[in-house]
Design a protein around this ligand. Sequence first.
Ligand SMILES: [Zn+2]
Ligand SMILES: [Zn+2]
Length: 389
Amino acid sequence: MSKVVIFLYNEEFQEYEFSSAHPLKPIRLKLTYELLRDYGVFGSTQVKVMPGRLATDEELMLVHAPEYINTVKKISETGNEPSYAYAFGIGPGDNPAFKGMHEASSLIAGCSIVAVDEVMNEKAEHAVNISGGLHHALRDKASGFCIYNDPAIAIAHAAKKYGARVAYIDIDVHHGDGVQWAFYDRADILTVSLHESGRFLFPGTGFIDEVGTGKGEGFSVNVPLEPGTYDDLYLSAFNSIVPPILRAFKPDLIVSQNGCDTHYTDPLAGLSLTTNAYEKLYGAVHNLAHEICGGRLVALGGGGYQAYQVVPRAWSLLSADLANIDLGNSVPESWQELCSEKAHTKCPDSLRDGEIVPRTFAESIEDRTAHIIASVKQKVFPYYDLSTT
Ligand SMILES: [Zn+2]
Ligand SMILES: [Zn+2]
């Protein structure tokens, strides 16, 4: 097997922009690419940059309803919003129409499919699509800044084309609802989501008792965390729950969603993580892939609303970890200049957050996190014959 890591990248990622004022900023992808490039990562033998392609209608239909795809296509031609668009989740608010939205969204889905193909055909050990991770899109509806659900499409493709058992690990601050519902009744796809509880945050789902239905019972795992959850607590939840379940499930492929809107400075959510936790999480998923499924890992992006200050650093750490490259801690000056110019404010000079105190210490958060971990284990571990003590 080739040891190479494929990094999917197209300049056209910049076209996935709802509006210039929208919080999901495509510049985060360009700045991540530029940061890795300025570090010299793309000149290394371990990493290969590769353009993706548009997903076909047939591929989109692995997850989405034909009438929804046709509606997105129609709206995409002009960027105008007909009155019926709102029934498909497109309109003022989270998901406004924009010209070219079908192509921009299909490219992201196509990149996630290519990532799966490269890994399953053993052209690469790992593949990264930082434009991917649009985990909220539903079968016939846009939701939460997501038009087409590229993780679900890529997973369905892996199951259909390769007969793969797939484990999906979602560490975005929001519940990975669209992916969960797409496979809720299936036993060959495990979805695991750690997120800020739906009691406090969009999309309002992802509770412990959402375990799947029918044959899929036990194959949907949710860890809803309290606002203010910080690095050590989050890592404790992850390490107590994810590795044992993955080892028991024995996937052929892991697909990870690496939203970094869990960051303590993120404006849209309330968890309190730093890049120190991210590095440990990326390393943990990476190690699990080598331990249990021959290294086969597709890593996607996701949310992250500090487009200049956080996302490029987080996903550079992710990519470097997969390629076993040590980037050091000082950010190249060329990138700082570029980023500061785009951001109209100073961008970070360190790759890592350093020893900082998270913004909130909610009262008795330690006890409440321990209780959540125990409750998840009690609910889910019996399906895997794992001890809850
Ligand atoms: Zn998110
Ligand atoms: Zn590796």
